[in-house]
Design a binder for this molecule. Sequence first.
Ligand code: SF4
Length: 400
Amino acid sequence: MEMKYSMLSPTVTENRSQFVRIDPGNVSRKPLFGLDAEALAAVMVEMGEPGWRGRQLAEAIYCQLVTELSEITTLPRALRERMGAGGWEVGRPRIAQVFTSVDGTERYLVQGGGDGGETVETVWMPEGDEGEAGDGSGEEANSGTRSRATICVSSQVGCAVNCQFCLTAKLGFQRNLSAGEIAGQVVSVLERHGVEVGRERVNLVFMGMGEPFLNYDNFMAAVRLLVDEVGLSPQRMTVSTSGIVPGIERFALEPPEFRPKLAISLNAPNDEVRAEIMPINRRWPIEAVMEAVRKVKLRPRERVTFEYVLLGGVTDRVEHAAEVGRLVRRTGLAAKVNLIAWNPGPGIGYTMPAASAVERFRAALGAEGIPVYVRRPRGRDIFAACGQLKRTVDSEQWSD
Ligand code: SF4
């Protein structure tokens, strides 16, 4: 299959390397972005200033979206200069490259403040993906309005989990992102699209590169920043895990005011098939994952999502649907299933399911009484669809 790249943004084809490595330049030595109001107050106190200046800083960085110290005009100029001389800077991750799909999806390479200036992937889907709405409404996500826009966020550079159908796995694990690098992806995208937080509804899905529950502390610190400082609702956030049981158990203890909704990347009808496509299943088989999920106290109307990638001939048979139905029912959880037709990627030996197989699977699962949604692939042409995130900028390997 030949992919067309004419819709990619300029400069992309000039770079023939497969991964982008951007010169870190002035990497922030001491980024303020990523610190909560309390930590910002501590910075101020350390500099001999009153603690309430921390609130001014938080307001400037997370609400006014200021990116330069010099623009924080609520602080005296002399203080800003002292901070700069002391190595402090806003240090928010920035969008380094943009790829635009014919369907309006945008994929970004976002550069954090870490060593080496690696980039991670963030995706903006203006009309959601026809999966869940993400706002607890139980509606499908595609109303065709901006109010359903969804941002897909990365939590690690690369990933150690090694799901066999996923391009990110090919990178291997490189490093965890900091809380600021995770929250910074969101804030940068909100700013790019002029989203007015509080007036417009935007959903976040932590389903980009990486396994959030293997970077638990930074992931949850980012969520708290996004809730407390940026003003987003955790009920419009969904975190997806491949089934890291200790992480799910910690997550179950999070207070509801900071806990996003939970999605389990199930992808198979039973342990045998799952272990083949997700080696993590050998460590934590399906029943262990389900037992941990049952510990999460769902809010009224909240449901756990089971993500299910349909691999042609591997996980898309109608008898698999019946098995998934029984499995989900047996959990006793308020649940739904999001079906994702697998998105092809270079070097991965699976095939896309036929459209008729997707429909048969959906109907069979629905007949089992399970709420089921088919997520429309977004940004496939720019490698932005599920499982395609690998910092790809080049098309040369893409043909079969
Ligand atoms: S699907 Fe998610 S958990 Fe699995 S390898 Fe890819 S990024 Fe990691």
